[in-house]
Write a protein that binds this ligand. Structure first.
Ligand SMILES: Cc1cc2nc3c(=O)[nH]c(=O)nc-3n(C[C@H](O)[C@H](O)[C@H](O)COP(=O)(O)OP(=O)(O)OC[C@H]3O[C@@H](n4cnc5c(N)ncnc54)[C@H](O)[C@@H]3O)c2cc1C
Length: 385
């Protein structure tokens, strides 16, 4: 249930271990352009490299440096870095092609509305009334997970008190004086109780783009509700998608960029026509398996993005699940319990580490210019290649 990166990773790993898999995705079209970049982690690329034999360069780009810019735009410090970055669309398309080759079924327009555990079967009802059942339901339906709400109704996202503004701009649209200080690097600027980062990604059309994320604290009650009201007046739970943010908020962000950011980053943010906004939350479910339903990716634990490992967590959980289910000597419910123990540990440790990094940057102001990044899935630093 859910055909984004967590659902596709799970489907691929399960297909590879002999399961018959259907992916139920509510969106009617492929999820190619979500306007986002992903810091790659070896866990995220494991399926594509180890099982499909794809070279990393097919779906990601590398940089040489971690660079910190000062407020005047000059380089304050720079260290070597072996991080890689992918466009959401590149990962999605590679994982979909692989699922197709392996005979997994991907169904669009399949919104799950009801889920019922019964003995050794899970029954599912879709919005159009279709009924289906299976031995196992993997809930990979994201931060707003319907299945989490159905099986663990008391679990609510906890707000972190700040948002991430994000955007992507074609490098062609950046003047030379703005692009040059960012080249071949992941670039950070530490601001007053805020921070911004940018790194390169490659679009499906081969063009180089600049992905950026600007973390900004909420300063007044009601500000989040205002940010989450889209251009049509629709109120959203935790995010407003690219293209749907109200024009006055986009203009306000560009003006704030001019006031608060180093010139290259102000240009990058100011020229991005369709930035989007996401509230920062922690989600910490007490269980990840309820009967024959398991919660994976953002449907389970949600960590703030400072460790850059949400997709990596989903991919790791998918790999662990397939491994747990691949031993024919172990009965399915026992295998699920073993998986849950590992995944609970992985998720809660990541949430704690990511929350701490966010608090240091956004509340304490103790994230120092030049520090190594808090990126990593199981431990800080394990995202490098
Ligand atoms: C600012 C920011 C930066 C990030 N940077 C990184 C990074 O650099 N590296 C990294 O590893 N992670 C990063 N992450 C985390 C990462 O984006 C998420 O953890 C990951 O995308 C979650 O994937 P998912 O498949 O679980 O959820 P989603 O991508 O949200 O997918 C859920 C899917 O379920 C479908 N769905 C929902 N409800 C239903 C239903 N009822 N029936 C059927 N389908 C349904 C949706 O349409 C969607 O396709 C970042 C997150 C943020 C907010």
């Amino acid at each position: 249930m859910g055909g984004s990166l967590a659902g596709l990773s799970t489907a691929n790993w399960l297909c590879a271990t002999g399961w018959e898999v259907d992916v139920l995705e509510r969106a009617c079209e492929p999820l190619v352009d979500r306007g986002a970049g992903i810091v790659l982690h070896p866990a995220t690329s494991r399926f594509l490299t180890a099982q499909e034999g794809l070279p990393l360069d097919d779906f990601s780009v590398a940089v040489d440096h971690l660079r910190y810019l000062g407020l005047d735009g000059s380089v304050v410090t720079q260290h070597e870095s072996r991080l890689r970055f992918a466009a959401y669309g590149a990962l999605y398309q590679s994982l979909r092609r692989s699922l197709e080759r392996r005979g997994g079924r991907y169904v669009h327009g399949a919104r799950v509305t009801e889920v019922r555990n019964a003995e050794e079967t899970v029954h599912v009802v879709l919005a159009d009334g279709t009924r289906t059942s299976s031995e196992l339901l993997v809930g990979a339906d994201g931060v707003h997970s319907t299945v989490r709400r159905l099986v663990l109704p008391d679990v609510e996202p906890e707000l972190g008190g700040y948002v991430a503004w994000r955007g992507v701009l074609d490098e062609d649209e950046l003047p030379d004086h703005a692009l040059r200080p960012l080249e071949r690097a992941i670039t950070y600027t530490i601001l007053d109780h805020a921070h911004i980062l940018t790194y390169p990604i490659q679009g499906a059309d081969g063009r180089m783009r600049r992905n950026w994320v600007w973390y900004r604290n909420l300063s007044a009650p009601g500000q989040l509700a205002e940010l989450l009201c889209d251009r049509d007046g629709v109120r959203h739970g935790l995010s407003v998608a690219s293209g749907a943010v109200r024009p006055e908020l986009v203009a306000g962000l560009a003006a704030a960029a001019d006031r608060e950011l180093p010139p290259p980053l102000a240009t990058l943010v100011g020229r991005t026509a369709t930035p989007f906004v996401q509230a920062m939350v922690d989600v910490t479910p007490p269980h990840l398996v309820v009967g024959r339903v398991c919660l994976l990716g953002d449907a389970g634990f949600v960590a703030r993005p400072h460790a850059a490992a949400g997709t990596a967590k989903a991919a790791e959980e998918a790999w662990l699940l397939a491994r747990a289910l691949s031993d024919p000597a172990v009965e399915l419910d026992e295998a699920l319990r073993a998986w849950e123990r590992e995944a609970l540990h992985l998720g809660s440790a990541l949430v704690t580490r990511s929350r701490r990094a966010g608090e240091r940057a956004q509340r304490e102001g103790s994230w120092k210019v030049g520090e190594p990044l808090p990126f990593g899935l199981r431990s800080t630093g394990d995202s490098e290649f």
